[in-house]
Ligand binder design. Structure first.
Ligand SMILES: Cc1cc2nc3c(=O)[nH]c(=O)nc-3n(C[C@H](O)[C@H](O)[C@H](O)COP(=O)(O)O)c2cc1C
Length: 208
């Protein structure tokens, strides 16, 4: 049985390409793997707050020293991390904004990337990810394209950032399906969408 965590990050609703691709994928997945459970969050609309001074004081002090105020500051963070621990497959839909990710997704990452909860620092000062045995699928939507091996690839801070920060937390098995050229007109845009859809259809059987 798979426990899926599905998170949409686009602030757009029906017009969102990343959201539509992800919801079609999850619907197909549920039809193929009937015993899967889905935990869903829409952080494009239910906004995750940025970390605060109280949050930082709480995250970097031992829980047994926490005042009620410090405990409360970590409540949402703990809830989000519990979801990441409980689920074994993550599906994130993510628009590219200014060559990177939307601010609300960054706020989510700041809430879940926590020493002692999702990563540890070992005695040699190295990092150890604590979210082990997880698989992640990231479906991105982009106005332009950033093909590997071309100068444009240097502008893609989205995929490398997501790989790095989730890698820090131990999530290294990550598939990306990037729907690109969505700001282009006509065939280019349509071909890109069809190609993303075909890759996602293949992943229903190949994402093992
Ligand atoms: C604020 C903003 C910034 C954007 N920055 C980029 C960018 O840097 N590169 C790019 O290729 N597309 C960029 N786009 C286009 C979006 O990635 C594209 O519209 C995508 O389809 C948005 O995802 P969604 O359809 O799931 O909402 C930007 C769009 C917005 C609204």
């Amino acid at each position: 049985m798979n426990q899926i965590l599905h998170i949409d990050t686009s602030p757009r609703g029906e017009r969102s390409h990343s959201r539509t691709l992800a919801s079609d994928f999850v619907a197909n997945w549920k039809n193929s793997y009937l015993d899967s459970t889905i935990t869903y969050r829409d952080i494009g609309h239910q906004i995750i707050p940025p970390v605060s001074e109280t949050w930082i004081a709480a995250a970097f002090s031992p829980p047994n020293t926490h005042t009620p105020e410090l405990t409360a500051a970590l409540q949402l963070s703990n809830e989000l991390i519990d979801e990441l621990q409980k689920c074994d497959r993550y599906i994130f839909s993510v628009p590219m904004y200014n060559f990177s990710i939307p601010a609300n997704f960054k706020a989510y990452i700041d809430q879940v990337c926590r020493v002692g909860r999702t990563f540890a620092v070992n005695q040699k000062g190295g990092y150890e990810g604590l979210l082990t045995g997880k698989k992640m699928l990231v479906i991105t939507a982009r106005g332009g394209s950033f093909p590997a091996g071309t100068p444009a690839a240097n502008f893609d801070f989205q995929e490398p950032y997501i790989r790095t920060v989730f890698g820090l937390m131990g999530v290294t098995d990550i598939n990306f399906v990037n729907a690109e050229n969505l700001a282009m007109k006509g065939d280019m845009r349509e071909q890109s969408l069809q190609s993303a859809k075909a890759k996602l259809t293949a992943l229903i059987t190949e994402w093992d």
